[in-house]
Unconditional design. Sequence first.
Length: 338
Amino acid sequence: MIVAMQGAASEQDIHAVIERMVELGFDVHRTTGAQQTILAGVGTPGHFDVAEFKVLSGVFDAYRISSPYKLAGRSFRPEGTKITFPNGVVVGGEEVVVMAGPCSVESKDQILLSAQQVAAAGAKFLRGGAFKPRSSPYSFQGMGLEGLKLLREVADQTNLLVITEVMEISQIELMLPYIDCFQVGARNMQNFNLLRELGYIRKPVLMKRGIAATIEEVLLSAEYILSGGNYDLMLCERGIRTYETYTRNTMDISAIPVLKKLTHLPVFGDPSHGVGIRDLVPPMALASVAAGADGLLMEMHPNPDKAMSDGAQSLFPAQLEKLMAQLRQLAPVVGRHI
Ligand code: PEP
Ligand code: MN
């Protein structure tokens, strides 16, 4: 679709046309000809691609003015998204919501003790994987359904909410009765079929950034969930793969303010996977909150040296306690509280 507006058209008129084109589902590109402003609607149900538009308009400085992520874009909900959980915890408000717990649920004793320590530190969610995406098929794969039941049981005893990872569509139904929030792991950020299904349910989802995903790809993946009608979505920076080998991943702190600017969705930081080294987790957690994170997802284990996964990056309980005290001091500086 090409719309040419005479040079006399006001910015207001031009914007009205742009808004209508966006409503119709076009990505809008704009350029200025000799006497007129030319707008091109690219994408379904349009017929032009950007290259054709450039040829047609006879200029080469056409630029995209609407984002390809229509529902995730900040302009869709400029005030920001708030998600209210069953016990009244709100994500996306003034509180910085902390989710903590072991990488994996390993046993009743381990997850009960974890829950008690996480609650004592003042976190609001218990995390713990029941279905684990492991690099090696020979590594511990998680406790499955048994792990989900344990999570629910100990979270209820300690007044915590449950977040845990979903790896495939068939697990969604199974998980629904036991959890408060689905976690989509980095490896599944581009499992588009899974994302689509998570769009059809009515339970919050926290989606992590893929290991090598650009910010635009994160937002396009978010679009898969939002377009199904599930708007209770949080995004999470968890480190990306770079040439640096000292840390497990490179925690892209800048992604937090960039995402906060581009989208209305709450943004979390996961410094545990972000750096992979326990003692680096507290500074990166503090940095995430300073950068505007709405929450933190962190690994803590009652006995990290014995953990069945990610022990090296799991905080000792006392470290979590200390970090929470520091976060309580820092948060007010950026207008938040823990
Ligand atoms: C996890 O949270 O334990 C996990 C596997 O995270 P990620 O998907 O970020 O690797
Ligand atoms: Mn982990």
